[in-house]
Design a protein around this ligand. Structure first.
Ligand code: UT7
Length: 325
């Protein structure tokens, strides 16, 4: 049986040049490098320069992904950009990316699922491709979370960073088995009852301000491990695979202890979990593609390997995606 598969044609990443180590934050906040490393695994994060916008980060990552895919921007017929920190309330940052890449056809829109945003964007792109409504899709996760942090709140300010990752998905053909290359399944979930555990205390309709991130970290931690493990189990079950069949797990990078606890729960050795949390901190929707790009660049993720992405974020939202690279 011949089926349409959304196949990865290229990936790209961009990180702002300014590196902020834990020690720099400890000069302004009642915290320490030791506390941050022990409780989260984070050593440093990148912070965007004044005037450097989410769209700037997204464009740089997209240009690298297009180069890697060997495609001109004009080949792109859909841009799906996941972000919780758009340049402006409207229009969608995706349309700025579209214009600045010189693309004048197709559609471009943003997706808001906070830290699960990239998995949501990938699922959306995959469904457009499978429905025959797009052929070459730019899937982007880009954030300037530094702009919505309360820099006086040590419980959140130390956890996040800025960055962007992008992936070009292209329509290809497969046999309908897990030997094909491409996306096999995506599973998305949300449960809005948990709004108060992770949210931004502002917005155009509620306060007419942008607001700052607020989080009950301990509660989010507990849900993150349970939800990501469930999303992994479902991806495996749906595809008739077990954890040992997966070459690489690429989780949302919030906290090394969440990565470790989730891996333990699903029975995965930590050596098969990609972790960039030490260098990037939590970059929300950018974290999964940034981790993917790092592992592709250093040769760990190779063509034909099975890669399982999973994420969890504000909303709550969570999900997984299984891809043969
Ligand atoms: O992207 C998805 C969303 N985010 C996440 O998934 C994050 C999930 N949560 C976490 O990663 C962790 O819960 C945190 C890293 C946020 C916190 O770690 P924890 O081990 O759960 O610590 P805690 O919140 O239980 O706090 C322990 C202590 C508290 O002091 P007391 O009450 O025991 O005296 C905090 O006030 O650590 C204190 N604390 C800090 N101390 C130094 C909290 N933040 C800091 C800090 N520096 N930056």
């Amino acid at each position: 049986m011949s089926v349409v598969r959304s196949q990865v044609a290229g990936v790209g990443a961009y990180l702002p040049s300014r590196v902020v180590p834990n020690a720099e934050l400890a000069q302004k906040l009642d915290t320490s490098d030791e506390w941050i490393r022990e409780r989260t695994g984070i050593r440093e994060r990148r912070i965007a320069a004044d005037g450097e916008l989410t769209s700037d980060l997204a464009i740089a990552a997209s240009q690298e992904a297009l180069r890697a895919a060997g495609l001109l921007p004009s080949a792109i017929d859909l841009i799906v950009l996941a972000t919780a920190t758009p340049d402006e309330t409207f229009p969608a940052t995706a349309t700025t990316v579209q214009a600045r890449l010189g693309i004048t056809r197709g559609a471009a829109f943003d997706i808001q699922a906070v830290c699960s945003g990239f998995v949501y964007a990938l699922a959306t792109a995959d469904n457009f491709i499978k429905a025959g409504q797009a052929k070459n899709v730019l899937v982007i996760g880009a954030e300037t979370f530094s702009r919505i942090l309360d820099w006086n709140d040590r419980t959140t300010a130390v956890l996040f960073g800025d960055g962007a990752g992008a992936l070009v998905l292209t329509a290809g053909k497969g046999e309908g088995t897990t030997k094909d290359r491409g996306v096999f399944s995506t599973h998305l979930f949300s449960d809005g009852r948990h709004h108060d555990l992770l949210y931004v205390d502002g917005g155009p309709s509620k306060t007419m301000t942008t607001g700052h991130l607020r989080m009950e970290g301990r509660e989010v931690f507990r849900h993150a491990v349970a939800n990501m493990a469930d999303a992994i189990d479902l991806a495996l079950k749906t595809n008739g695979l077990s954890a040992s069949d997966i070459d690489w797990f690429v989780p949302h990078q919030a906290n090394q202890r969440i990565l470790d606890a989730t891996a333990r729960k699903v029975g995965v050795h930590p050596s098969r979990v990609i972790s960039t949390v030490a260098q990037h901190a939590n970059t929300s929707a950018a974290s999964v593609p940034l981790a993917l790009v790092a592992a592709v660049a250093d040769g760990r993720i190779k063509r034909e390997q099975l890669v399982l992405l999973e994420a969890m974020g504000g909303g709550f939202t969570w999900g997984s995606a299984l891809i043969r690279w």
